[in-house]
Design a binder for this molecule. Structure first.
Ligand SMILES: [Zn+2]
Length: 423
């Protein structure tokens, strides 16, 4: 194994001290070190060719389908897709089959990720046993095994009392609760946003209320329990307003927005194509505007993909029967750079923060930086590359996404993780 790397000719972006400089980065024994006056023999020289080099990007919301759905995505294929997309660390959701609701399941996931290499998986554990919403799972044992957060993602915890108990326990363990805020009683059998497109296509709708009623409840429980709360995939303007008020009040509440909710809205949906079906759904143009404004103002300061692979067979069942979800790891940098940075609405460094420091803060890990002494975990990307998305070039086992043929600005180039360059 090489123990010394010198990365030359890079645009170094360090979100911790806000620096943006052209220079070199030196890595020794897996850690960033001062660039030496003379290059020692055996040092691997990497010419970055002017690429942006930042701390490794973190995606705190991915679905890898192992165990139970490896034909859609295994841990190994998910890690490869994440690295290809410029990510070095991911929080894997626990809605596998069976779900990650015990210390043994958490340990097995971490070990499989280590065997795959390329990306670190920080697994989230279930809030409730079997993700069934009835009894709080053994959060303490999962925390000890390495669970980074708790969520029943894919579902909310419908019973207020159970959610309160789970949040009390997570607070005691100093661990964040992430919620998929969607009231099943209001969402019903909806498949698309309850708006113009769903109505004209006669597809049952998911009202915005299904989201913001649960966000309202979760914020009240955050106030009551003191538990750190993170609202996953925020999709409605009403939820943005609730988050803004909660943050104003000083509550430990954060939220994330996905690339697809920033790029698209219901007007883009083809109601006959299940690659436009995800949960929460693409909402109105006004909701999308509110989400973009929330990201630029910092009310929502985390970007996350909700990478949700499904086989083409599962997605071919039609809009009503197909499962919810689209893939996102390999298009996330391009979409969010295009929507947020290329037109100047967000600075490059703030965008890097939304993929590094801010998600690290949500899950309580050390902030990603390029300072000497820090682990060498890096993401390199080219902000100037204009490229066209093609399903044929996807590394993930699944390509259920509505992006084929769209042009994006900004492309991941390589990552550095576990003392090696991953191209
Ligand atoms: Zn979800």
């Amino acid at each position: 194994m090489n123990n010394r790397y010198l990365i030359r000719n890079a645009r170094l972006l360090d979100p911790v001290n806000g620096s943006d400089t052209i220079g070199s980065l030196y890595i020794e024994n897996g850690r960033i070190a001062q660039v030496p006056g003379e290059t020692a023999q055996g040092t691997v020289i990497i010419d970055a060719g002017g690429l942006c080099v930042a701390p490794g990007f973190i995606d705190i919301h991915v679905h890898f389908r192992e165990p139970g759905g490896e034909e859609a995505e295994s841990i190994a294929s998910g890690c490869a897709a994440a690295a290809k997309g410029g990510f070095t660390r991911v929080v894997m959701m626990p809605n596998t089959t069976p779900p990650l609701d015990s210390a043994e399941m958490i340990t097995a996931t971490i070990n499989k990720a280590k065997a795959a290499g390329m990306v670190e998986i920080l697994p989230a554990g279930c809030l409730t046993q079997g993700r069934a919403g009835g009894q709080v799972a053994d959060l303490e044992a999962m925390r000890a095994a390495g669970a980074i957060a708790f969520t029943d993602d894919g579902s909310t915890v419908p019973a207020d009392k159970v959610m309160e108990q789970a949040m009390k326990e997570a607070a005691r363990l100093d661990c964040t609760v992430m919620d998929h805020a969607l009231d099943p009683a209001i969402a019903g059998a909806g498949a698309l946003h309850d708006g113009r497109v769903a109505k004209s296509a006669n597809v049952p709708g998911i009202p915005s209320e299904a989201e913001y009623k649960i966000v309202e409840r979760d914020i009240a429980l955050c106030r009551k329990t003191g538990c750190r709360l993170h609202i996953q995939h925020v999709s409605t303007k009403e939820a943005v307003h609730l988050l803004a008020a909660a943050r104003q009040e000083g509550l430990p509440v954060s939220g994330e927005v996905t690339p697809h909710h920033l790029l698209l809205c219901e007007d883009d949906v083809d109601p006959a194509d299940p690659d436009y079906k995800m949960n929460p759904p693409l909402r109105s143009a006004a909701d999308r505007t509110a989400l973009r404004e929330a990201v630029t103002s910092g009310i929502i300061n985390v970007l996350a993909t909700d990478h949700a692979p499904h086989t083409s067979q599962a997605k071919s069942r039609g809009m009503l029967a197909a499962p919810f979800g689209i893939t996102g790891l390999e298009t996330a940098i391009g979409i969010t750079y295009t929507v947020l940075v290329s037109d100047g609405t967000m600075t490059l460094l703030d965008w890097v923060r939304a993929w590094t420091v801010n998600p690290a803060q949500v899950i309580g890990i050390a902030p990603a930086s390029l300072q000497p002494g820090q682990p060498a975990i890096l993401t390199a990307f080219n902000p100037g590359t204009v490229w066209t998305v093609s399903k044929n070039r996807i590394v993930s086992k699944s390509s259920n996404m509505p992006y084929a043929g769209i042009r994006l600005t900004g492309k991941p180039a390589w990552t550095f993780y576990d003392n090696r360059l991953i191209e």
